[in-house]
Design a protein around this ligand. Structure first.
Ligand code: AMP
Length: 285
């Protein structure tokens, strides 16, 4: 596989993507914060299969971290990420330094009503404003493309898909399934923060969701029952501090009392210095 081109400036990535499109290529785009694992690589492979040229961005976005969160300690591994991208057939990596993306004079942001207040938004007040702003900026420099996101961050996908429609970005958002370790833990760059004991305890998230899935398959449609079951699994672990356990509508993200067709069961738990999220879609074919 040829080395991907590592591009540091907005002007250069814009030129690169414009040139690809002028040559008739479709552009597949995977935004990431790096420290790439199999979850990211599944998005990259899917984007490579669907498109003629493949762009990955690697940028630890300061504006989506709140005060006291892990911006400084977030893993940064550009050399090994570049190697993984090469093996996955990535053509260009956009890896700008922070001051390339944010001018000190910047005072425009992208935010949303309603959706940003729910689930993780209730616990990380400015997080989604930071996510939407950087994703909007990345869409503007990459230009028309298909962009790939993980179901792991389900709320993030719903927000970005809403932003694309509301602000008419020439982008199609594609959601890819959660990739898990062999024991069920959803892959995450933040799993590196877990001690061996916390790593074992962290299985309570996927276990709780799996139990909810089984109850749903047996016919349980009352969210209160599903939530109680999931909480029961997590409460067995002393180190797990629940932010939320919810069953919500797949598009509005509002809590639903009785599931008619589909719903998303979503969990956020703090464990040591890590905050872990996971979800399953109930009623999906
Ligand atoms: P991040 O680098 O954490 O910002 O994630 C970049 C993209 O990878 C996002 O769209 C995530 O939803 C996706 N992603 C992260 N972990 C996983 C996973 N375990 N399975 C699928 N997608 C994932």
């Amino acid at each position: 596989m040829p080395e991907p081109e590592v591009i540091k400036t907005r002007a250069a990535i814009r030129r690169w993507c414009d040139r690809a499109r002028e040559e008739g290529a479709s552009v597949g785009f995977v935004p990431t914060m790096g420290s790439l694992h199999e979850g990211h690589l599944s998005l990259i492979r899917r984007a490579g299969a669907d498109n003629d040229s493949l762009v990955v961005s690697i940028f630890v976005n300061p504006t989506q971290f709140g005060p006291g969160e892990d911006y400084n300690s977030y893993p940064r591994e550009l050399a090994s990420d570049t190697q993984k991208c090469r093996e996955a057939g990535v053509n260009a990596i956009f890896a700008p330094p922070p001051d390339e993306m944010y001018s000190p004079a910047a005072c425009t942001t992208v935010d949303q009503t309603v959706l940003t207040e729910l689930l993780c938004g209730a616990f990380r007040q400015t997080h989604f404003k930071g996510v939407l702003t950087i994703v909007a900026k990345l869409f503007n420099v990459v230009g028309p493309c298909r962009a790939y996101f993980g179901q792991k961050d389900y709320q993030q996908f719903v927000l970005i898909d809403r932003m694309i429609r509301d602000l008419d970005f020439p982008v199609e958002a594609v959601m890819c399934p959660v990739v898990r370790e062999s024991d069920g833990l959803a892959m995450s760059s933040r799993n590196k923060y877990l001690s061996p004991a916390e790593r074992r305890d962290a299985l309570c998230l996927s276990r709780a969701l799996q139990t909810a899935k089984e109850k749903f398959a047996e016919g349980e449609r009352r969210s209160s029952e599903l939530i109680a079951t999931m909480r029961g699994c997590i409460d067995q672990i002393d180190a797990a501090k629940i932010d939320y356990v919810a069953v919500v509508h797949p598009h509005t993200l509002q809590p639903i009392a009785v599931i008619e067709e589909t719903a998303v069961a979503a969990i956020a738990v703090r464990m040591g210095s890590a905050r872990l999220i996971d979800n399953v879609i109930l009623g999906e074919e």
